[in-house]
Design a protein around this ligand. Structure first.
Ligand SMILES: NC(=O)c1ccc[n+]([C@@H]2O[C@H](COP(=O)([O-])OP(=O)(O)OC[C@H]3O[C@@H](n4cnc5c(N)ncnc54)[C@H](O)[C@@H]3O)[C@@H](O)[C@H]2O)c1
Ligand SMILES: [Zn+2]
Length: 359
């Protein structure tokens, strides 16, 4: 199978995006093509490293490797600080690059370490989860959590390149795989009806080991995300569409305690709440709502969550997407197309939240 190659023009440079089985082997060629001559410091999710060390060593023999926890609870400034300590101890210079090997947690954490160490060193993203391949590794958002909220500390920082090797996904649990598919479904529902149809056709047979079926979906998701980021790197317009399902999703995730409900699972439930809001606003017809519900179900994703709806509503007021006093909502108007609305009445939100909470 051939590799899909896209690129993303952002942050004043061209970011190559490679996707497909075996893509990691291309990394040295991509780096030298970009004129990179420094050392590569690998910061790796310890679990993914245990599974894929030999693949990594084949490509980057001799590179220093720091294993880190890939847990959401460890996506903190303390973890970034340990990365800084290790880089200083090992004499990392400005011309060098950090390579993030892991899921979205490690990509976000290492991205922020790269943005801040020596005021910015190179960054290479090698995402090892489906969610990180289709979303977290592309677009330059980096950062960590704060006790008061998710992703509150961070920076926009574009990597030198992103290498999404879909063969690395074979070791994912079905649950983690499904969580990644939630972000694919999100991109499809709000931006790409063709991708939505492809996922609908493939959903029943999809799994972590179906690299041939998964690779084109990964490649297309990356391409759609890259197009949006090119138009709106700083998220002042269209990029906000990628937050579909995330307003309520983030509130659910924080309320559940980071790590209890996977990010993609929270997004799935958040998409259902958003579809309910869109239907109540007269924007989305019942057939489109039903297609979204059917797709998330076929992917093995949750449609609701046992949470206290008052607590979720309380958390919504800390959401970063809140502009001024008006909460912005990303709502679908049909399959494959979304819009930003800031005129959703509070009672519609209250009803949607109670429709997806089981307590
Ligand atoms: N920056 C962005 O634009 C952006 C976008 C979406 C999500 N995110 C962030 O991404 C994070 C979620 O990412 P995630 O879902 O990848 O979770 P994750 O990074 O926590 O990884 C999930 C689990 O998978 C394990 N793992 C990693 N690679 C594996 C492999 N190949 N085989 C088996 N297990 C493997 C990890 O050890 C971890 O336990 C959240 O923190 C979210 O905020 C960021
Ligand atoms: Zn997300």
């Amino acid at each position: 199978m051939t590799l899909a190659t896209h690129s993303l023009r952002a942050g004043g440079r061209e970011v190559p995006l490679l996707a497909g089985p075996g893509a990691l082997a291309e990394l040295p060629r991509v780096l030298s093509g970009a004129g990179f001559e420094g050392r590569v410091f690998v910061i790796a999710d310890e679990f993914a490293l245990g599974l894929h060390r030999s693949t990594l060593d084949q490509v980057l023999a001799g590179a220093p490797v720091l294993p880190v926890s890939g847990l959401e609870a460890d996506k903190t400034l303390e973890s970034v600080s340990r990365v800084w300590d290790w880089l200083i101890d090992n004499g990392a210079q400005r011309r060098d690059a950090l390579l993030a090997f892991g899921g979205g947690v490690v990509c976000d954490l290492v991205g922020f370490a790269a943005a801040s160490y020596l005021r910015g060193v190179g960054l290479v993203n090698v995402p090892t989860t489906l969610l990180a391949q289709v979303d977290a590794s592309v677009g330059g958002k980096t950062g960590v959590n704060h006790a008061r909220g998710k992703n509150l500390i961070g920076a926009f920082y574009q990597p030198l390149c992103v290498v999404a090797d879909t063969s690395l996904l074979a070791t994912l649990s079905p649950r983690a795989f499904a969580a990644g598919m939630a972000e694919v479904a999100k991109i499809a529902m709000i931006l790409d009806a063709g991708l939505f149809e492809r996922v609908e056709r493939a959903a029943a047979g999809l799994g972590p080991r179906e690299a041939d079926e998964v690779a084109p979906l990964v490649a297309r998701s990356i391409e759609v995300k890259a197009e949006i980021v090119e138009r709106d790197e700083r998220e002042s317009g269209d990029r906000m569409l990628l937050n579909y399902g995330h307003t309520i999703g983030h509130a659910l995730e924080a309320g559940a305690g980071y790590g209890t409900l996977l990010h993609g699972e929270a997004v799935s439930v958040g998409m259902q709440a958003a579809a309910r809001i869109a239907a109540r606003m007269g924007m989305l017809d019942s057939e489109s709502v039903a297609r979204q519900t059917a797709l998330l179900t076929a992917l093995g994703l949750p449609l609701n969550w046992s949470a206290d709806s008052d607590e979720i509503l309380g958390r919504l007021s800390l959401d970063k997407k809140r502009a001024g006093s008006r909460q912005r909502w990303i709502l679908a108007e049909r399959v494959g197309s979304g819009r930003i609305r800031d005129d959703v009445p509070a009672e519609v939100v209250v009803e949607a939240v109670s429709s997806i909470t089981l307590r």
